[in-house]
Design a protein around this ligand. Structure first.
Ligand code: FES
Ligand SMILES: [Fe+2]
Length: 457
């Protein structure tokens, strides 16, 4: 095991993730043990990256059209004829479930005079434009032109709906406007291997909430890239969260991970000390999912071991799944992955959280979506996705009672963000400083952004 004091840059006093994985009650696969972190230096960022319309225009022109964007979850369009409209920065795509259950994605634009073909997701027999009635089959082949006599020049072979690339990972459907982009599996490496055990494709969106946040989409997403703001922003979770013991992993250009241990005491409380029973009690009151019944530890049992056993029983065994090989870490910790540029799909055995961010519509505001994916009880059909519930400006996240204490945590996060944006606008020196280790996913993100803006990716 690495000597923590010898690591550069220094890491917070432990127990860190390496020690916790070594002490796990189950064998932890080697791919999860690897500490994949690289020094990204100590340079500041320019505040203008978050505030300038010119920087935003560069993102729109050189980055967004060339990246894989999560456009839907499979369970939003399970039946033939189901459609999903995904729009970002004025570009709209229409995903359509085919009779053979594959998915095609089309530019969501009528080939007559350019109306959006569909403005809402939902089932369709065919794709008929609501303006003059040009119509296409679910496969994108032209079916009908009213007043056909006036369009002898529009032959069916010229009138197929143009397709957009669509590829799947773990039940997520991604689109890419760039025909030359890497295949999704390469773009996401090593996530397909990391996610194989967790079968997130068998989970379904059971809660889905959106809200417009008055801050730049990068500032909002970065509030979920590090765990160490918990010390001030979320003090109630410190009794059960190894916030500053989070391990940050970086891979390639597009993916990274914050692995935050739960069921352990925050290093900020180390001197104060706390019993394991108090850690369990705080977890039950403030854990991320729908409430938790009180539980007693067995004599001599640690909080981490007791909570892992409980999650294994509740989230796997009770649903008919074999939990024997599921590690403590996979059933208990926060495996917060990021996929560049705008998706954070959590890993582990869940229930699973998913964040997605889109500019709404410019550099000053963001549509933030949070989903909870629930594992389908074994042998039952996977339920259709719920629809997104959009919160108004004055509605706190905590008005969603179904996710228990999680709503209060989001309200704490979001309370900072409009003031982050106002502070960045008012920056005296155009500098944003970053920690060398705990903010390293933010450095990673901006380095990738710079490669897109420079045409290197
Ligand atoms: S614009 Fe679509 S049918 Fe005319
Ligand atoms: Fe937070």
């Amino acid at each position: 095991m690495a000597d923590r004091d010898a690591l550069t840059p220094p890491r917070c006093p432990g127990p860190g993730v390496a020690e916790l994985l070594a002490a796990d009650s189950r064998a932890v696969p080697e791919m999860y043990r690897v500490d994949s972190w690289q020094d990204r230096g100590s340079a500041p960022l320019s505040a203008a990256r978050y505030t300038s319309p010119e920087f935003f225009a560069a993102e729109r022109e050189r980055m967004w059209p060339r990246v894989w964007q999560m456009a839907a979850r499979d369970e939003e369009l399970p039946e033939p004829g189901d459609t999903v409209v995904y729009a970002n920065l004025g570009k709209s795509v229409l995903l359509v479930r085919q009779p053979d259950l594959t998915v095609k994605a089309f530019w969501n634009v009528c080939l007559h005079r350019g109306r959006l073909l569909r403005t809402e997701s939902g089932p369709a027999q065919e794709l008929e434009c609501p303006f003059h009635g040009f119509s296409w089959g679910l496969d994108g082949d032209l079916k009908r032109i009213p007043c056909q006599w006036d369009f002898p020049h529009l032959t069916p072979d010229r009138m197929q709906l143009p397709q957009v690339r669509v590829e799947a990972f773990a039940g997520y459907l991604f689109i890419n406007w760039d025909g030359k982009a890497l295949p999704l599996a390469e773009y996401l490496a090593p996530l397909p291997a990391h996610f194989a055990r967790w079968r997130i494709e068998d989970c379904s969106t059971g809660l889905w909430v959106g809200k417009v946040i008055r801050a730049n989409w990068k500032a909002v997403s970065e509030a979920f890239m590090e765990a160490w703001h918990s010390v001030i922003t979320h003090p109630q979770i410190l009794p059960f969260t190894g916030d500053a013991n989070t391990r940050y992993s970086l891979w390639g250009d597009h993916v990274n991970l914050a692995l935050t241990p739960f069921g352990v005491l925050s290093p900020h409380l180390a001197e104060k000390g706390l019993t394991d029973a108090a850690t369990v009690e705080a977890f039950a009151a403030g854990s991320r999912m729908r409430g938790m019944a009180p539980m007693q530890l067995a004599p001599g049992q640690t909080a981490r071991s007791g909570l892992a056993d409980k999650n294994r029983a509740d989230n796997l065994t009770a649903l008919g799944y074999d939990a024997a090989g599921a590690t403590d870490s996979e059933v208990l910790d926060a495996w917060t992955y990021n996929v560049f540029p705008n998706l954070a799909p959590w890993g582990g055995y869940g229930p699973t959280i998913v964040y997605r961010w889109r500019p709404w519509p410019d550099q000053d505001a963001t549509l933030m979506e949070v989903r909870l994916l629930f594992r389908t009880p074994r042998g039952q059909p996977k339920p259709r996705s719920v629809e997104m519930r959009m919160l108004g400006d004055d509605e706190p996240w905590a008005t969603v009672t179904e996710w228990g204490a999680l709503g209060a945590v989001f309200d704490q996060d979001m309370a900072n963000l409009p003031y982050v944006q106002q502070g960045l606008v008012s920056s005296p020196n155009d500098r944003v400083e970053l920690g060398n280790y705990q903010d390293s996913r933010i450095r990673h993100f901006h380095a990738t952004m710079d490669k897109y803006l420079a045409g290197e990716l």
